[in-house]
Design a protein around this ligand. Structure first.
Ligand code: HEM
Length: 147
């Protein structure tokens, strides 16, 4: 269930956030090379992503998809998620009021963390796979979490 969104947060503000964000993503030296070969039509991608965020934050979008399955084959690591979230936060603080920015940043952090777990990109998962006890691995790498 979506959390109550600030009263002024609507689809046009989400479209503004999404539009500014992907303009930065396209030009970013780390993220651009992942996105640009896959996204032919940026306007269509922005429409899809606005619908995704309207579904997540407002309960009003019509997004039906499986983001984890879309990301699993991508050549990306934790550093891509870190950069993605840094650009998302920077954009939200510039494009939105403080409450709306906090809401969207919180969602992105939780969704991003869930994706990283699903993709085996967290310290916890790597600790398991490497056979090193999770606690020891976390102590070794502390701070363990990115988001
Ligand atoms: C919290 C973090 C993220 C969220 C919420 C998110 C969300 C999404 C969603 C909802 C889609 C549309 C999937 C569909 O077509 O149904 C998508 C597509 C895509 N995402 Fe992400 N994403 C995140 C992080 C990343 C990162 C870190 C990268 C890579 C650097 C990335 C690269 C892509 C690409 C390339 C596509 C297009 C895939 C395609 O059309 O084949 N995303 N993302």
């Amino acid at each position: 269930m979506p959390r109550p969104a600030p009263a002024n947060l609507d689809e046009s503000l989400l479209a503004e956030q999404v539009g500014r964000f992907y303009d930065k993503v396209r030009a970013d030296p780390l993220l651009g090379p992942v996105f640009n070969p896959l996204v032919d039509d940026w306007d269509a991608h922005k429409v899809l992503m606005t619908s995704f965020w309207a579904t997540v934050a407002l309960g009003s979008g019509h997004y039906r998809g499986n983001p984890l399955a879309k990301h699993q084959p991508l050549p990306i690591g934790a550093e891509h998620f870190q950069r993605w979230l840094a650009l998302w936060r920077e954009t939200a603080h510039a494009a939105l009021d403080a409450d709306s920015a906090a809401l969207l940043i919180g969602y992105a952090e939780r969704i991003g963390y869930g994706m990283r777990v699903g993709m085996g990109l967290t310290t916890h998962q790597r600790g398991r796979e490497s056979g090193i006890p999770v606690r020891a691995r976390q102590a070794q790498n502390a701070p363990a979490r990115l988001a």
